[in-house]
Design a protein around this ligand. Structure first.
Ligand code: ADP
Ligand code: MG
Length: 292
């Protein structure tokens, strides 16, 4: 690529809301055939809201929410913010958690009022030597509606479920359609549960998903696709996405996302929506055509 045409392209990109790190990113993007998109914060708003609390028999709804929210005050995860905000709206009086620990991709553990409390997904339950038990069916029904379900464990027993919904960004459906029309193979990757992932993907016309993915797995999934000959772009927003963005042929960060994601990426979508990828692809094509 000549410096002049690249400068023109980066200028046009910036106008169109796509920050292009360097000429190599633009050149590589022209060859990309596979697009991995993170769900939370990339396809969705990334601002989940508490929908419901389902106490198990013998447990009180407000108490389950209070214990969950008290613990989540220590976490910066968007799911944690949803639970804390939801509890605050309900006027719940939260306590200070002790011995707080975040388990990446799984949930949180600690003590509230001296009682051991844990909150997270099935994988966290498994780590605690528990299974979902009775609430499994209820959890599945919420997931089929596209919600994220977390189990609240109090003193070694599942005390209830908390469900949270994260709306799809308004711009996502049209952008995905345009990306499909451009011929990309699109795969949604998420740390969320398979059922939730499938429900969200179905609404968006995405037929390939990788769910229950731990942060380190995202980079491995990309590596495997690359080993199979694919040229892969990865779009993500989170701290957790940084290794995958770095592994991809082109990392695409949401401008609304974490700084380390932006640092690891070749492109940044200033407005934080996938429309920018459609524009970047057109720009990459036009630029490379001019150069050749
Ligand atoms: P994503 O790829 O959707 O951003 P993460 O890897 O951050 O997902 O989290 C995966 C799953 O782990 C979540 O869907 C949730 O079930 C659980 N989890 C992670 N952090 C928390 C938390 N602070 N509180 C409750 N659950 C959590
Ligand atoms: Mg995310």
């Amino acid at each position: 690529a000549t410096p002049m045409s690249i400068m023109t392209a980066t200028g046009r990109g910036a106008q169109a809301g796509v920050l292009i790190k360097n000429a190599e990113a633009l050149e590589r993007f022209e060859k990309v055939d596979t697009l991995i998109v993170d769900k939370t914060g990339t396809l969705t708003e990334g601002k989940p809201k508490l929908v419901d609390v389902f106490p198990e028999p013998g447990h009180d709804e407000t108490e389950v929410l209070r214990l969950a929210a008290s613990l989540e005050r220590g976490s910066e995860h968007p799911l944690a913010e949803a639970i804390v905000a939801g509890a605050a709206e309900c006027g719940v009086d939260m306590a200070d958690a002790k011995e707080f620990e975040a388990v990446t991709g799984k949930g949180v553990t600690g003590k509230v009022d001296g009682r051991p409390v844990a909150l997270g997904n099935l994988s966290l339950l498994a780590d605690l030597g528990l299974d979902a038990g009775a609430p499994a069916d209820k959890a599945n029904a919420r997931r089929d509606a596209g919600e994220t379900v977390m189990f609240v464990v109090v003193e070694g027993e599942v005390a209830g479920l908390v469900s949270v919904a994260d709306p799809v960004k308004e711009t996502t459906p049209a952008a995905l359609k345009a990306l499909h029309d451009l011929g990309f193979r699109i795969i949604m990757a998420t740390g969320d549960n398979e059922r939730t992932a499938r429900a969200v993907a179905a609404r968006l016309g995405i037929d390939e998903i990788r769910a229950d993915v731990l942060p380190e797995d995202k980079a491995r999934i990309i590596k495997e696709l690359q080993d199979g000959g694919a040229k892969v772009a990865m779009a993500g927003d989170g701290v957790n996405d940084a290794p995958a963005l770095a592994q991809a042929d082109v990392g695409i960060a949401m401008g609304t996302g974490a700084d380390v994601a932006i640092e690891s990426a070749g492109f940044t979508l200033v407005k934080g929506n996938l429309d920018g990828i459609v524009r970047a692809r057109r720009l990459a094509r036009a630029t490379m055509r001019n150069i050749r």
